[in-house]
Design a protein around this ligand. Structure first.
Ligand code: SAH
Ligand code: SF4
Length: 381
């Protein structure tokens, strides 16, 4: 349970945890359901507004507990309806949350950590290094903030957020307990009532945690593949050196098969010009994924300063898609949304306090190497 100044933050508690909390203060367990509805269905953070709770209990709650979302630093709305929030978390760092409306759906891209330790070569979050894990309240707080920004709606069917993807900043499986607790609240009818198929966790491949996830929760899984062989994947996604493809893909298959009904693994593949976008890569990918029930999502690289990578041409993207499609794969290309507010995948930078300053080191090294396109004044990616 997260506490500040001795107060328990009820925002991040699952139903069983909230029941335990009420028991611990000498109250009935059913209070948990009442309070969860106020918090998550109605977006309430003031105990005095909880009208079906008597004054004595409200006073007791005020003394011992709080409902505190992460602090909103900014909210931007793109011309295409995409919204982006920068929120400050307890460590002082900022993370980003992005809402993407599409047809009747509203997908929220949620962050799990401030920064990321895994250092994928094409990811701006990775370039910042790791700063802190988000608490469960800070993870679910992003869903809470997004729904509230559309006005508090009493009926859950009208909620703005219909889908959640753990594809913001950070590696969700390395903040396991908090992310799993938040996902339970997302799916709980007393929380956001989102179906298990519409909550997706994306991982770069922390194999032992994929098996652990299967034991704790049933959500959709996305794998950030990005390369069809170990040699290339070791360069792009360094955690591959620890958990290579031969152990990673069976772990994903075990997870999907363990769900016990027809479900698919989502494969994310960021296309990098002349690095992983050639016909030979498509051919290797077809071979690699032969026995994996999956849908493939191609993400054209979203550039950021000094990344060293480029986005492939539209023709190259289409050629890659066609090759996979002809082999019988369901392949989509992720369109870039929220361009005018820097809300695309891999452009989420936030602002990490006390970061490892990897981006500065990275630029400094390039300057030492005589890279002329690196301005002397540049101090962050
Ligand atoms: N850490 C998790 C989830 C967050 S990243 C993971 O790696 O899966 C969400 C997706 O965006 C991942 O597939 C990631 O590899 C991809 N991504 C990161 N940087 C990108 C960039 N600059 N352009 C396009 N996609 C990027
Ligand atoms: Fe971390 Fe994912 Fe970025 Fe890799 S792609 S550095 S795992 S956030």
């Amino acid at each position: 349970m997260t506490e500040s100044a001795g107060k328990v933050n009820l925002l991040g508690l699952t139903q069983p945890q909230l029941e335990q909390f009420f028991e611990s203060i000498g109250e009935k367990r059913f209070r948990a359901g009442q309070v969860m509805k106020w918090i998550h269905h109605f977006g309430v953070d003031d105990f005095d507004a909880m009208s079906n709770i008597g004054k004595a209990l409200r006073d007791k709650l005020k003394a011992r507990a709080e409902v505190r979302g992460p602090e909103i630093v900014s909210e931007d709305i793109s011309s295409d309806g995409t919204r982006k929030w920068v929120v400050r978390v307890a460590s002082g760092s900022c993370v980003e949350t992005v809402y993407i409306p599409q047809g009747g759906r509203g997908t929220l891209c949620v962050s799990s950590q401030a920064g990321c330790a895994l250092d994928c070569s094409f990811c701006s979050t990775g370039k910042q290094g790791f700063n802190s894990d988000l608490t469960a309240a800070e993870v679910i707080g992003q869903v809470w903030i997004a729904n509230k920004s559309f006005g508090t709606v009493p009926a859950k069917i009208d909620r703005a957020v219909t889908n959640v993807v753990m594809m913001g900043m950070g590696e969700p499986l390395l903040n396991f307990d908090n992310v799993v607790a938040a996902m339970h609240i997302m799916m709980d009818d007393l929380g956001y009532g989102i179906s298990k198929r519409k909550v997706t966790l994306s991982t770069s491949g922390v194999v032992p945690m994929i098996d652990k996830l299967a034991q704790e929760i049933d959500v959709s899984l996305a794998l950030s593949l990005h390369a069809p062989n170990d040699e290339l994947r070791n360069q792009l996604v360094p955690i591959n050196k620890k958990y290579p493809l031969a152990v990673l893909l069976p772990a994903c298959r075990r997870y999907i098969e363990g769900l016990g009904e027809k479900r698919f693994l989502t494969i994310e593949y960021t296309l990098l010009k002349d690095v992983n976008d050639q016909p030979e890569h498509a051919a290797q990918m077809i071979e690699l994924l032969r026995d994996v029930p999956c849908k493939i999502n191609l993400i054209p690289f979203n550039p950021f300063p000094f990344s060293g990578y480029e986005r492939p041409s539209n023709n190259a993207i289409r050629r890659f898609q066609d090759l996979l499609h002809k082999a019988g794969h369901n392949v989509t290309v992720r369109t870039t949304r929220g361009d005018d507010i820097d809300a695309a995948c891999g452009q989420l930078v936030g602002q990490v306090m006390d970061r490892t300053r990897r981006s500065e080191r990275y630029i400094a090294v390039r300057q030492l190497n005589g890279d002329s396109d690196v301005p002397r004044s540049a101090n962050r990616t």
